[in-house]
Every structure is written in structure tokens, then in C-alpha cells.
Design a protein around this ligand. Structure first.
Ligand code: GLN
Length: 206
């Protein structure tokens, strides 16, 4: 087989979490429930340019980094915020989008919760394993309920099960049909470069 033909057939297995509109979500109007969104367009465009086909693997957000680590998938694209903690586990691409966290509150607390500082002691909800959940877990005296996806946290908020939902700003914005600005950088996650570790191991043996 020709090298170029082999390269053209290369498949990159990409994990994503398709309940994160407008970055990755299921087009419920399509018959085959295809996954669409900003991140999907982006990774497909990269594939087209670099000569690989993207195969998508929908999974829960908190399963993505473990799946990259174990090689179950080759990469993850899911509005993943670059954090120091995650940098210890996976390699990140260059940042491609500036996001950040947002807070949506239930009407019943609108007179008392005017800013993030007022969240103290409140009932919060967020998506499991995310930067939003990490933030919420540090709010003094607050209780946190986590859900598999942001939409579930919105349902809980609507039902009055929590006072405020903390998730990514653009996702809140899409849900609220608003226009919001934010600043956490997203990047694709790929397996780490283990050369440094190997080098270290060799040195230790010597
Ligand atoms: N940006 C957030 C994070 O990385 C949430 C991402 C997501 O839920 N898809 O934690």
C-alpha cells in the first residue's frame, strides 16, 4: 500500500461529552442523532487538513481524561479547561477558546445572591469532574450536588433542588440564550509525552 493511501485512512479516536452545547451536543433533529458543535467542527477541520478521519466516542466528562490516559481514546475534545492538575496527567494542545465559569441562580434567591461572594452557605449544583464543580466545592458552607451533565443541573435548579448552578459560562449562556463573556482557555487533551519519565527511570536505574 502507498504511504499516502495509508495516511489518508488514519482514524483518530476522539472522546467527547455531547451534552455541552454549543461545543458538543446531539442534533436531536437528525435521524441518527449525530453529534455536532464548535469542537466537532474544529476537530473535523483539523482532521481534514492533517489527513485523518475522526471517530467520535461519546462518554461522561469525568471519564475522558482516564480514557486518554489508558489509551482507550487517542484524544479528547470536550471544552476541557487547561488546569495544572490535568496537566500532570495529559498533554494539552494549544488553547483554542477562552471560556470561564458562570452562575445561574434560582429566582427565589435573586435578592440575596448578587455575586459569587453571596454563594456562601447555599445549595449549589454542577457537573461532576468539572472546573465548575471544583469551584463550587470550595465555597464556604455551601453544599454541592453534582450531575453527569449541565442540563441535569439546570433541571435541578429549575425544580428548586439547588439555589445556583455553576458550569461553564458559554454553556450557561447558550442555555439562557444570552451573550456572555468569559476567560478559561480550552484545549484538546492527548496522552502525555512520557520521554521525561522514561529518562528519569533510566537515571534511577543507573
Ligand atoms: N470546562 C469545564 C472543565 O473542563 C467543563 C467541560 C465539560 O463539561 N465538557 O472542567
Amino acid at each position: 500500500m502507498h504511504a499516502s493511501a495509508a495516511a489518508a485512512e488514519q482514524v483518530v479516536n476522539v472522546g467527547t461529552e455531547p451534552a455541552f452545547a454549543p461545543f458538543e451536543y446531539v442534533n436531536d433533529k437528525s435521524k441518527d442523532k449525530e453529534i455536532i458543535g464548535f469542537d466537532i467542527d474544529m476537530i473535523n477541520a483539523i482532521g481534514q487538513k492533517e489527513g485523518f478521519k475522526v471517530k467520535l466516542y461519546p462518554m461522561q466528562f469525568d471519564g475522558l481524561i482516564p480514557a486518554v490516559l489508558t489509551g482507550t481514546i487517542d484524544a479528547a475534545v470536550a471544552g476541557i479547561t487547561i488546569t495544572d492538575e490535568r496537566k500532570k496527567k495529559v498533554d494539552f494542545s494549544d488553547p483554542y477558546y477562552k471560556a470561564g465559569l458562570g452562575i445561574i441562580i434560582n429566582d427565589k434567591v435573586k435578592d440575596t445572591v448578587k455575586s459569587a461572594a453571596d454563594l456562601k452557605g447555599h445549595k449549589l449544583c454542577s457537573q461532576i469532574g468539572t472546573s465548575g464543580a471544583m469551584y463550587a466545592s470550595k465555597v464556604e458552607g455551601a453544599t454541592l450536588t453534582t450531575f453527569n451533565t449541565p442540563p441535569e443541573s439546570y433541571i435541578e435548579l429549575q425544580n428548586g433542588g439547588c439555589d445556583a448552578a455553576i458550569n461553564d459560562y458559554p454553556v450557561h449562556s447558550y442555555f439562557m440564550e444570552g451573550d456572555l463573556k468569559a476567560q478559561e482557555p480550552y484545549a484538546a487533551a492527548r496522552p502525555p509525552d512520557l520521554r521525561a519519565v522514561r529518562h528519569h527511570a533510566l537515571k534511577t536505574e543507573a
